[in-house]
Design a protein around this ligand. Structure first.
Ligand code: SAH
Length: 297
């Protein structure tokens, strides 16, 4: 799965297959830029702060954020060469990294929208004999006894464990970073199978054509918040509304009547519970005792 997704992001324009918040409205990136700058001030405004983004996609979130915080020192964590080239068009002064490990030490603020869902999960299914892990051989699932301790769910239940996401969050915590993680998934851990593949805007079989489809899984915010100090998770609609999504949308809509309808529809889509408002959660990873970050009061 990890390699299939690397191939997908290396070769395809993900915006062909799904639409993310920064692609919907510039207000999303602007609010996150304001959030990051406020957090920097809460840190005591260290001059050597790094503003990082993990999985920046086309780079538009950061381009919008930089209108609020123009002199931020931007570092991108991105493995796709193709997307790096596109990001460079939007944020020419960024510095690129393959992983968090090479991002300079020191005060760090990190943004990650729809990044953790792209990392591979291990999937387990409960059978009569106990938990089995789903492996893939010759294009089909095979079940092997699980070597991981899992809750005592009913037979037929699924569980997913995203070790890469947990490891990423633990590395951020170890550095004392303040990070804003936004993604879709439950606020508390629950059984279920959420691995999905999207190809050409439609659901596809995850095993059918590795590297052709975007394979994702829900982010288990319960598992992350049990592992690292954090604030939240809060639902995306509460978070964006408290940051002023509708006020900023109104200002822009009045200034640009030709874009007013698209801006208002985007704000609606980001906050409506049946769209992205409720399934999407926002989590702030931060050192214990850090004052409540904007949107997490
Ligand atoms: N944040 C963007 C894009 C989300 S798509 C947006 O909201 O529009 C996921 C992004 O994560 C892509 O940029 C993809 O190339 C990147 N990515 C996926 N797996 C990665 C990995 N293991 N390391 C670094 N970047 C990765």
């Amino acid at each position: 799965m990890a390699r299939a997704n690397a191939a997908y992001y290396a070769n395809f324009d993900f915006s062909r297959d799904f639409c993310t918040a920064p692609e919907l409205t510039q207000v999303f990136g602007e609010l996150l830029g304001a959030w990051a700058k406020t957090v920097w001030q809460m840190m005591g405004a260290p001059s050597d702060v790094v503003l990082a983004e993990a999985g920046p996609g086309r780079g538009v979130l950061m381009a919008d954020a930089l209108r609020v915080w123009p002199d931020a020192n931007v570092h991108f964590i991105e493995t796709s060469a193709r997307l790096r080239a596109e990001q460079a068009l939007h944020v020419p002064n960024a510095v690129w990294h393959d992983s968090l490990a090479t991002v300079p030490e020191g005060p760090l603020i990190l943004l990650a929208n729809e990044f953790l869902d792209a990392l591979p999960v291990r999937q387990f299914v409960r059978r009569d004999a106990g938990w089995m892990e789903l492996w893939v051989a010759d294009g089909a699932y095979v079940e092997v006894p699980a070597a991981v301790a899992l809750p005592d769910d009913p037979v037929g239940s699924f569980r997913e464990v995203n070790e890469a996401a947990l490891g990423f969050c633990e590395a951020l915590a170890a550095r004392g970073a303040v990070a804003l993680i936004i993604d879709y998934g439950p606020g508390t851990s629950a059984p279920g199978s959420s691995v999905q593949a999207i190809e050409g805007g439609k659901y596809a079989d995850p095993l059918a054509a590795p590297g052709q489809a975007d394979i994702t899984a829900h982010v288990d915010f319960g598992a992350i918040s049990a592992r690292v100090p954090c604030q939240g998770p809060v639902k995306q609609n509460a978070f964006l509304t408290s940051l002023g999504l509708f006020q900023r949308t109104d200002v822009l809509a009045r200034r640009h009547p030709d874009k007013a309808q698209a801006l208002r529809l985007a704000a609606e889509r980001l906050t409506a519970p049946q769209a992205m408002g409720s399934l999407f959660k926002c989590l702030c990873l931060c050192p214990k005792g850090f004052a409540p970050a904007p949107g997490f009061e």
